[in-house]
Design a protein around this ligand. Structure first.
Ligand code: FES
Length: 158
C-alpha cells in the first residue's frame, strides 16, 4: 500500500469512528416508541399489560389523546413520568431518545427529566402527575406536576 492509499484508508476509518457517537442524536437512532391512543379528558389510563416496555427503566410510550394532546410516558428508576411532547420553542412534536428528547424542527434537546439542555427551547417540557394503580399508569392532565423542572440544565436560548 502506498502512502496515498494508506492516508485515504486511515481518513475513512477515522471518519467512520467519528460517526458512531453522532448516531445517538439522529432520528434513525430514536427509541422504538409505540403509541397509545386515549379518549381525551384530564385523566389518562395506560395499561401496562399492553406496554411491557413501561416496566423497564428507560421505556417510553407516546400517548395520543383524542383531543389532540401528545405526550410521552417514560419509566424512570423511581416510577413513571409523563411529559408533554410539544417543544417549548415553537411546539413541534419532539422525538424520544434513551436519554431524553430532541426536537426535529430547530434542534432543541431535553434530558430524560424534561429539562431543556440545548437549542432555542426556553423552558423544560411540562410534566404531569402520574402514578401506578395496579396494572395501569394514571396520568392527571389537570395541572403541571410540582416536579416539572423549572430551570434548564444549561441556559436555553430564546
Ligand atoms: S420548535 Fe423545537 S426547537 Fe424550535
Amino acid at each position: 500500500m502506498d502512502r496515498r492509499a494508506f492516508l485515504q484508508k486511515t481518513t475513512r476509518d477515522a471518519a467512520s469512528l467519528l460517526l458512531v457517537p453522532v448516531c445517538a442524536s439522529l432520528t434513525s437512532c430514536t427509541l422504538p416508541v409505540r403509541s397509545h391512543r386515549t379518549h381525551g379528558g384530564p385523566r389518562m389510563e395506560i395499561p401496562l399489560a399492553r406496554y411491557p416496555e413501561l416496566e423497564e427503566e428507560g421505556g417510553v410510550v407516546k400517548i395520543l389523546s383524542a383531543d389532540g394532546g401528545v405526550f410521552f410516558l417514560r419509566r424512570t428508576a423511581s416510577g413513571h413520568v409523563c411529559h408533554s411532547a410539544l417543544c417549548t420553542h415553537q411546539s413541534c412534536v419532539v422525538e424520544a431518545f434513551p436519554r431524553g428528547y430532541e426536537c426535529p424542527c430547530h434542534g432543541s434537546t431535553y434530558d430524560a427529566a424534561g429539562r431543556n439542555t440545548g437549542g432555542p427551547a426556553p423552558r423544560p417540557l411540562p410534566a404531569y402527575p402520574s402514578w401506578r394503580e395496579g396494572d395501569v399508569v394514571i396520568v392527571d392532565l389537570r395541572g403541571e406536576d410540582a416536579t416539572t423542572p423549572r430551570e434548564p440544565t444549561q441556559g436555553g436560548k430564546s
